[in-house]
Design a protein around this ligand. Structure first.
Ligand code: FAD
Length: 506
C-alpha cells in the first residue's frame, strides 16, 4: 500500500476546549512532513466558557501529551476533585458521595459490597463511602496524590480529577499545539464549499479568505457549523429520558476553603453545581424549561451561591442527545457539535478525549480518499454511541431512583421512560447487588455501587457464598479497615495546604 504523495490537510473548526484538545492530540501524533493541521477560530464569537470539572481519565490525556501535571494545575488555577457530593437527590436533607477510585477490598474472595450488605443485615450502619479512600479524604477535606502513597496503603487506591478554568485550559493546550506545528487562523467561517461527492473541500473565511482541506473536525460547539449546518447530520434527541434543557451559569469570587469535590444540589426543577477553583467558584443551575422560567432559575441560582458574582448570569439552552453519525463524509464532529449530556457527572470533556482517541486509533490511511474510511467511520460512530449511551444511562439513574415527589419536576423524574439497558441494570442490582459493565466502560462497578446505594436502591439479597466464610472475622477486618482509613486520612494535609505547597496558581 503506497503512502499518499501529498501532505494531508486536516482542518479543525473551533477553538474551545474541544478544538484545542483535538489540536494538541493531533499535533502530538501527526508528523509535519506528512500532515498539516490548521485550527480556525473566531475571537469575535468566543467559546461557551463553561466546563470546569472533569473526571480522572482527563489526567491520562494530559500525561499522554507529555505535559507536566503540576504545571498544568498551576496554569489553569485548578483544584483537586475526589468526586461529587449529591445533596437532596434521593430525598430532601439527604446526601451521598460518588467517589473516584476503589471502594473497599475483597474479603476472603468476596466482593466488598456483598460483605457490606451482610454486615447491614446484622445491624452495622456504616456508610458504604466510609470504605472509599477518596470519599474519606473528601469528608475530611484532605488531599494527597494517591500514586505517591505506599502501595499497601488503602489511599493508594483513591483516584482524583480536577476542577479548572476552561479558558486557561484552552490557552495551555493552544501553546502546546502551536509548539507542535498546528497553525491557528483567527477568522469567522462564513461559508462551506462541497465537492461533487458531497465532501467538504474548502471553507470561506471572512476577509475574502479561503481555506482548503482534506479532512475536517467540526469543533464549532452547539452551532455544529459543518456537520449539521452543511452536511445536515441528524440529531437523536434524548429529552424524553432527561428533561433538563437549559442552564444558567455564574462565576463568583473564591473562598479560602476550596473543597476537593464538586457539589451537586437537587433543586425544584433540576440541580445546581458548585465547582471551586483556586481563584473563584463556578456555579450553575441545570433546569427543565417545562417546569421553570429563566428568571426563576436565575433567582434560585443567585440565592444559592457564595461570594460576589463576577458577571451577569448567562442562560445556555441545550439539547440532550447525540448524532448517530458523528463521522459523516470527510467530517468528524467532536464536543458540543457532536452531542450533549448534561454535566451531572462532568463527562463532556471526557467524551471529547474519547472522540479524539478513537479518531487516532481509526485514522484513515489516506484522508483524501473516501473509500479508505467508510468502514472506519461506521466503527467510529458505533464506539461513540456506546460511550454516549453508557453515560446517558448512568445520568438517568440519578433522576429515576429519586424518592422526591415534592415538585412536578421530581414527580416527572420518578416516571421517566427508561432505556432497556438501564432497566436491566437496575433489576440486576436490586436483586443481588450485581453490576454488569463492558470492559471499556467509563463508569466502573464502584461508581454504579455508589450511586445505586446513595440513591437508596438496595439489593434484596447478598451473595450466598458470603455465609460460607467466618463472618465475625470478616466483619472485624471491615471495621479495622475503616478505622485505619480514617486514621491515615487524618494525617494528610488539608486540600488547601496541599495546593499551596505543591501547585499554587501562577
Ligand atoms: P465552544 O466552547 O462553544 O467552542 C466553539 C468554538 O467554535 C469557538 O472557538 C468558536 O469561536 C468557534 N466557532 C463557532 N462558529 C464559528 C465560525 N462561524 N467561525 C469560526 N469559529 C467558529 N463539560 C465537562 O467536561 N465538565 C463540566 O463540568 C461541564 N459543564 C458544562 C455546563 C454547561 C451548562 C454546558 C452547556 C456544558 C458543560 N460542559 C462540561 C461541556 C463543555 O462546556 C464543553 O464540552 C466544552 O466547553 C467544549 O465546548 P466546545 O469547544 O465543543 O464548544
Amino acid at each position: 500500500m503506497n503512502q499518499p504523495q501529498q501532505k494531508q490537510r486536516i482542518v479543525i473548526v473551533g477553538g474551545g476546549s474541544t478544538g484545542w484538545i483535538a489540536a494538541a492530540a493531533l499535533g502530538r501524533q501527526l508528523k509535519g512532513e506528512q500532515y498539516e493541521v490548521t485550527l480556525v477560530e473566531s475571537s469575535q464569537i468566543g467559546t461557551i466558557g463553561v466546563g470546569e470539572a472533569v473526571i480522572p481519565p482527563f489526567l491520562n490525556f494530559i500525561r499522554g501529551l507529555g505535559l507536566n501535571e503540576q504545571q498544568f494545575i498551576q496554569e489553569t488555577q485548578a483544584s483537586f476533585k475526589l468526586g461529587i457530593q449529591f445533596r437532596d437527590w434521593a430525598q430532601r436533607d439527604h446526601s451521598y458521595f460518588h467517589h473516584f477510585g476503589a471502594l473497599g477490598r475483597k474479603l476472603d474472595g468476596h466482593d466488598f459490597l456483598q460483605c457490606w450488605l451482610k454486615a447491614r443485615t446484622l445491624g452495622d450502619t456504616a456508610d458504604l463511602m466510609d470504605y472509599a479512600p477518596a470519599a474519606e479524604m473528601a469528608k475530611q477535606g484532605k488531599f494527597f496524590l494517591p500514586f505517591k502513597m505506599p502501595q499497601e496503603s488503602p489511599l493508594a487506591e483513591a483516584a482524583y480529577a480536577l476542577h479548572f478554568d476552561a479558558s486557561l485550559v484552552a490557552k495551555s493546550l493552544r501553546k502546546f499545539a502551536e509548539s507542535r506545528g498546528v497553525r491557528r487562523v483567527d477568522a469567522k467561517v462564513n461559508g462551506v464549499e462541497l465537492d461533487a461527492d458531497g465532501n467538504i473541500g474548502a471553507l470561506q473565511l471572512d476577509g475574502e479568505r479561503r481555506l482548503e482541506g482534506d479532512f475536517f473536525l467540526d469543533c464549532s460547539g452547539f452551532r455544529a457549523l459543518l456537520i449539521e449546518g452543511e452536511l445536515g447530520s441528524e440529531y437523536e434527541d434524548w429529552r424524553e429520558f432527561l428533561p433538563c434543557d437549559r442552564a444558567v451559569a455564574l462565576q463568583t469570587s473564591g473562598l479560602e476553603d476550596v473543597t476537593p469535590y464538586t457539589i451537586s444540589t437537587a433543586r425544584d426543577a433540576g440541580w445546581t453545581w458548585r465547582i471551586p477553583l483556586q481563584h473563584r467558584i463556578g456555579n450553575g443551575y441545570v433546569f427543565a424549561s417545562d417546569h421553570c422560567s429563566d428568571d426563576e432559575a436565575i433567582a434560585t441560582l443567585l440565592r444559592s451561591v457564595e461570594g460576589e458574582p463576577l458577571h451577569e448570569p448567562r442562560v445556555i439552552p441545550f439539547r440532550t442527545g447525540m448524532r448517530p453519525q458523528f463521522w459523516q463524509k470527510n467530517c468528524v464532529a467532536l464536543g458540543l457539535a457532536g452531542g450533549f449530556l448534561e454535566p451531572l457527572e462532568s463527562t463532556a470533556i471526557h467524551l471529547v478525549t474519547r472522540g479524539v482517541q478513537f479518531l487516532l486509533e481509526l485514522f484513515p490511511h489516506d484522508v483524501t480518499n473516501a473509500s479508505s474510511w467508510q468502514q472506519l467511520a461506521l466503527d467510529y460512530n458505533a464506539r461513540m454511541r456506546m460511550d454516549y449511551e453508557e453515560i446517558r444511562d448512568f445520568i438517568i439513574l440519578h433522576y429515576c431512583a429519586t424518592r422526591r415527589d415534592d415538585t412536578p419536576f421530581w414527580r416527572q423524574c420518578q416516571n421517566l421512560p427508561l432505556p432497556e439497558s438501564l432497566r436491566q441494570k437496575i433489576a440486576l442490582f436490586r436483586e443481588r447487588g450485581e453490576v454488569r459493565i463492558g470492559g471499556d466502560d467509563l463508569f466502573k462497578v464502584p461508581s454504579w455501587q455508589a450511586v445505586f446505594t446513595g440513591m437508596g436502591v438496595m439489593p434484596e439479597h447478598y451473595h450466598p457464598f458470603v455465609d460460607m466464610s467466618d463472618f465475625a472475622q470478616l466483619h472485624m477486618a471491615m471495621r479495622g479497615g475503616r478505622a485505619q482509613l480514617a486514621e491515615e486520612v487524618a494525617t494528610l494535609p488539608s486540600h488547601a495546604e496541599f495546593l499551596r505547597a505543591h501547585c499554587p496558581a501562577e
